[in-house]
Every structure is written in structure tokens, then in C-alpha cells.
Design a protein around this ligand. Structure first.
Ligand code: SF4
Length: 324
């Protein structure tokens, strides 16, 4: 299956380390925020990235878009490595790769009317003229469930859900192919969350968009993703089509995460796996398997040897000594 389809975005061996400096400015260590992450995003699909806070999922999204520079690895957009592009070529590709943030309010200038903010995005990418930009901005406001009239309003006049709709409209006016959605519904009420998820799905169909959808909540990711990657301490421990992941999770960390997701049937029973201990520091990650300090199935080999990521079923990858 994977041989027949060409990914629109392919990330291989991505690493992002942040240096830690002492008071004299000398590097004393490295925070391994992202450590060897690989995945494919296919056209018109959603790849969900999930994991606890601080696992490196947002850093992965930002590094892929080259908002921060990678330490190692490649991110190919339609076969072109984003990390190799000159600033001029990167600017051209940026139009096709947009981002929706958790808090769009912080990235909206409170003194700029919404319509002008949308037009600014088009202007940055050299799209259209004044007249066509205004027309597209008004159309896009309607597409995301707002009114043409909202064009003239300021950010403080909107609710959280409406602001996220504006954030989505601002990404869409550039006519992108890939959108990185970084915790786009985490700050919203549950009822508003589902409205935004439904909107994203509807827009995906209409504009043939591909999403990299980042969230800490597995039940949210499940609703929108075709495939899901599970991250722990900067590593992708398992990635699989959504159905396979939920029907037969293989990595002990995925099993623990899934055991905490409520079942649709309230009478159905499942055992909650409670992990012991805290997440180790990415400044000094455990040797061998990154999860061995908390894994209920840990054996001697797990403490010394890093498990290799293996394809155990079509497009189902796991990094665990017990699997495969
Ligand atoms: Fe657990 Fe070992 Fe598998 Fe790591 S490799 S998840 S420690 S069983």
C-alpha cells in the first residue's frame, strides 16, 4: 500500500536538540526535544501526532515547517527537502505549508481588523491585488462559518471558537496544501472542539488539504486522523492507521495511553494501565529503550539496547523489543 501512494510530506530521522548553556555561555548539555522521528503524510489525509505534554510533538511540527532549524534529518515536501531550501525558495514553499496555532489570539494584532489580517497573509505571499484579496478574505470568513461583516471587526470582539475559525481562515487564504494544526482545539470547550474538528474535516475535503494534527488528547486525534503517531520523550514509539492503533495497540506506552480513553459504550469494561513514575528529563533520557524506566514489561535488554522501529503490519510501525 505504501509503495503505491506518494506522500506529500515525508519526514525522516528528524532530530531537534536545544543546547543548554552555563552562566559563561558554555554548552553543558543538550535537550533532546525530538530524537529520530520519521513519518509520512499522504495527500488529502490527516496524520495525528499524539503524546503527553513535553514529548516533542509541537517541536516536530515547527521544525518540519522550518520555523526552527533542525539538528538532523530531512522533511521532503513533494520530494523537495525543506531543510535544504534557500531563503528565497523557502518563502515560495511557505505558501503551501501553513500553520494553525493553539491560541490564534496571541498571533493576531489587536489593533488590526480581521479582514486586514487575512489580507496581510496573502500580501506576504504575493497573492492577488487589493481587490481580489478583499474578496478572498470575505469568502474565506464565510467558509469557516463567520460572516462577511466580521471582516471589519477586531480580534477582541470574538469568542475563542470564533478566533480559531479566524486562525483557520488565515491559513487558508494562502491556498496551502499542508496545514500543521498545533493543538488547535485544546483551549476550547468540548462542544466547540467538535465544531472546529468538523469544520477542519469539511475544509479538508473541499480544498484537498493534508493535515499534520498535533494534540495531547487521543480521542480528539482519533476523530480526525487517518493515521496516528505516538510520541514519548522525543521519540515516535508507534505509528499506524487509526483503526489498527485503536484495535490492536502494540507498544506498552500506546496501550497505557489508550487505556485512559473513555469507551463509547459506558457499560463496556477495560482495565486502566497506570504508569508509574514521572517522564524522565529530555536533558538526560534513559539508555536503551526510552520508555524502560516506566514500562511494566521491561527486561534486561531494554535497559541497554535501543529498539529498532519495525513495520509489523502494513503501515504499522513499532519500536519495542517485545514486538516483531
Ligand atoms: Fe517496554 Fe522494553 Fe518494549 Fe521498551 S523495549 S517498551 S522497555 S518492553
Amino acid at each position: 500500500m505504501s509503495e503505491q501512494r506518494k506522500p506529500i510530506l515525508e519526514v525522516k530521522g528528524l532530530k531537534k536538540f536545544f543546547p543548554v548553556k552555563d552562566s559563561l555561555g558554555r554548552t553543558t548539555g543538550q535537550v533532546k526535544a525530538v530524537n529520530d522521528v520519521s513519518f509520512k503524510l499522504y495527500e488529502g489525509e490527516t496524520f495525528g501526532l499524539v503524546g503527553e505534554s513535553g514529548c516533542g510533538k509541537s517541536t516536530t511540527g515547527r521544525t518540519v515547517l522550518r520555523l526552527i532549524d533542525p539538528t538532523e534529518g530531512t522533511a521532503e515536501f513533494k520530494g523537495q527537502n525543506i531543510f535544504d531550501l534557500s531563503n528565497k525558495d523557502l518563502r515560495k514553499v511557505r505558501k503551501d505549508l501553513q500553520m494553525v496555532f493553539q491560541d490564534p489570539y496571541s498571533s493576531l494584532n489587536p489593533r488590526i481588523r480581521i479582514g486586514n489580517a487575512l489580507e496581510e497573509t496573502m500580501l506576504i505571499h504575493g497573492l492577488g491585488n487589493k481587490q481580489s484579496r478583499t474578496k478572498i478574505a470575505m469568502e474565506m470568513l464565510k467558509k469557516v462559518g463567520l460572516l462577511e461583516d466580521h471582516y471589519y471587526r477586531f480580534p477582541h470582539e470574538f469568542s475563542g471558537g470564533q478566533r480559531q475559525r479566524i486562525g483557520i481562515a488565515r491559513a487558508l487564504v494562502a491556498n496551502p496544501q499542508v496545514i500543521v494544526c498545533d493543538e488547535p482545539v485544546s483551549a476550547l470547550d468540548v462542544s466547540v472542539q467538535s465544531q472546529i474538528i468538523n469544520l477542519l474535516r469539511q475544509l479538508q475535503k473541499e480544498f484537498k488539504l493534508s493535515y499534520l494534527f498535533i494534540a495531547h488528547d487521543l480521542s480528539v486525534v482519533r476523530h480526525i486522523s487517518d493515521r496516528i503517531g505516538v510520541m514519548y520523550l522525543g521519540n515516535m514509539v508507534e505509528d499506524a492507521p487509526t483503526e489498527s492503533l485503536f484495535a490492536a495497540p502494540l507498544h506498552p506506552y500506546t496501550k497505557a495511553l489508550l487505556s485512559a480513553v473513555p469507551l463509547p459504550n459506558p457499560n463496556a469494561k477495560k482495565e486502566r494501565i497506570v504508569l508509574k513514575g514521572d517522564i524522565p528529563s529530555p536533558l538526560n533520557p534513559p539508555s536503551g529503550c526510552i520508555f524502560h524506566t516506566r514500562c511494566p514489561y521491561v527486561t534486561e535488554i531494554c535497559r541497554t539496547a535501543v529498539p529498532v522501529r519495525k513495520e509489523v503490519a502494513p503501515e504499522h510501525f513499532v519500536a519495542c523489543h517485545l514486538v516483531g
